[in-house]
Design a binder for this molecule. Structure first.
Ligand SMILES: [Zn+2]
Length: 372
C-alpha cells in the first residue's frame, strides 16, 4: 500500500506527512503545533502589554493636563461633580440648614450676660480702644423689638459681644454701653429686632428682605437674623457670623460709613465690612469685622462739655457729616494725643479713611441706609 506522501495536500501536507505515523512526520507535526501555540501566546501577551502601555499613556496625559493649570483640572473636577451636582447641592443645603438649626437651638438656651461678663467684655474693648491710636469714645444704645420676634436674649448678648469685640469697632476707638428704661431717651442709637413685614414702617427705603438704618435706628430684619442670606451661606459663612456682620455693618452706618465705600480687593480676599455682603461678595470671602482701611469714625457722640451746644434733638444729629465736623474740631482742641502716628490718627479723626481720598463728611452720608 503506497504511503501517503501528502502530495495531494500541497507543500505543508508533504512537510508534516498528514496521517503518516513515521516518527519524523509525527515530530514535525508536534513541532508545528508547539510553534502555533507559542505564536498565539506571543500575540496575546503583546496585546496585553500594549493595552497596559496605552492606559499608562492615557493616565500620564490626564496628569499633564491637570498639572498644566487649574482651568483644565477644575473643569474636569466640575464635570465630575456635574454628574453628582444634585447630591452636592443637596449636601450643601443640608449643611446650611444644620448650621442654622444649631444657632437657633443655642438661642433657646441662651442666658443673659451677667454684670461681671459685661464688665469683662467692656474692659477688653476699652483696652483695645485705648491702644487704637484714635480718640476713645463710648457710644450708648438701647434695644427694642417690633412685632413677634420671640426671645431677645441671644440678640441682646450678640449685640453687646459684637460691638465690643476686640476685632470690631473698638479698633477705631469705639466702645458701646447698653442703656435701659428712661436712660434710652439719651442713647446714641437704638438697635431694633423687627419682623420683616414691619421694616417699611421705619422708612419707605427699608426693604422687607434686608436690614436697615434710619437715623439713630439700627433695624435688624428678623428673617435675616434667623436665616442669614443664601449668598452669604453659600460662600461659607455661618449664621452666627452673619449676625455679627449685619450688626457691625448697620452700626457702621450710624458711625458715618456708607455702603460699598471700599471695593472687594480681589478673589478670595476678606470682604470689606461695608460691602453689601447680604447681596453680593464680588469674589471676596465673608467677613464680619471692619478692615484696617475701614477703621475710622465719621460721627462722634456729643462730648459732655458740648452738650449745651448740641442738644440730643438737634437736627444736626441726623446729618452725621456736618454734626461730626463741629465736634471733631472741638475734640481736637480738647484732647491731647500721644499716639506716635499723629498725622494718621488726625486724618482718621477728620473722617478720612487711610489710603483714600474719600471724605465721609464731604459725602454727607444719607440718614438712612436701606440695604442690609
Ligand atoms: Zn448698608
Amino acid at each position: 500500500m503506497p504511503r501517503f506522501t501528502g502530495s495531494r495536500s500541497g507543500p505543508v501536507g508533504t512537510f508534516i506527512g498528514r496521517f503518516s505515523r513515521e516518527p519524523k512526520y509525527v515530530i514535525r507535526r508536534v513541532a508545528v503545533v508547539v510553534l502555533i501555540v507559542a505564536f498565539v501566546a506571543a500575540v496575546v501577551w503583546s496585546t496585553a502589554i500594549a493595552g497596559g502601555a496605552l492606559e499608562r499613556v492615557r493616565a500620564q496625559s490626564a496628569d499633564v493636563a491637570a498639572a498644566k493649570g487649574g482651568t483644565s483640572a477644575s473643569s474636569s473636577n466640575k464635570s465630575a461633580k456635574s454628574t453628582d451636582g444634585k447630591s452636592q447641592a443637596a449636601a450643601d443645603a443640608d449643611q446650611q440648614a444644620a448650621d442654622i438649626a444649631a444657632t437657633l437651638k443655642s438661642d433657646k438656651s441662651a442666658k443673659p450676660l451677667t454684670d461681671a461678663e459685661r464688665t469683662s467684655i467692656l474692659q477688653q474693648a476699652q483696652s483695645t480702644a485705648a491702644d487704637s491710636g484714635d480718640v476713645p469714645q463710648t457710644f450708648t444704645y438701647c434695644l427694642e423689638t417690633k412685632g413677634d420676634v420671640g426671645s431677645t436674649t441671644a440678640f441682646s448678648n450678640t449685640v453687646y459681644r459684637t460691638l465690643n469685640n476686640a476685632k470690631g469697632w473698638p479698633r477705631a476707638g469705639a466702645t458701646f454701653e447698653q442703656l435701659n428704661g428712661d436712660d434710652c431717651a439719651n442713647a446714641d442709637m437704638t438697635l431694633i429686632l423687627s419682623e420683616a413685614k414691619y421694616m417699611s414702617d421705619f422708612s419707605e427705603g427699608c426693604s422687607g428682605s434686608y436690614s436697615c438704618r434710619v437715623g439713630d435706628q439700627v433695624i435688624i430684619n428678623a428673617d435675616r437674623w434667623n436665616g442669614g442670606t443664601e449668598d452669604w451661606l453659600k460662600a461659607g459663612g455661618t449664621l452666627a457670623r452673619y449676625r455679627e456682620m449685619v450688626i457691625n455693618h448697620e452700626v457702621g452706618h450710624r458711625l458715618g460709613h456708607y455702603d460699598n465705600e471700599t471695593a472687594c480687593a480681589g478673589e478670595g480676599q476678606p470682604a470689606p465690612l461695608m460691602l453689601q455682603q447680604s447681596m453680593r461678595l464680588d469674589g471676596c470671602t465673608p467677613n464680619e469685622w471692619p478692615l484696617d482701611s475701614e477703621l475710622w469714625i465719621g460721627w462722634h457722640r456729643v462730648e459732655p462739655e458740648l452738650t449745651r451746644l448740641f442738644s440730643p434733638d438737634s437736627p444736626c444729629r441726623e446729618e452725621p457729616g456736618r454734626y461730626s465736623m463741629s465736634v471733631r474740631r472741638s475734640a481736637r482742641f480738647a484732647r491731647t494725643r500721644s499716639h506716635e502716628n499723629r498725622a494718621s490718627a488726625s486724618s482718621r479723626l477728620m473722617g478720612v479713611p487711610n489710603g483714600s481720598s474719600a471724605s465721609p463728611a464731604g459725602r454727607s452720608e444719607s440718614p438712612s441706609n436701606r440695604a442690609q
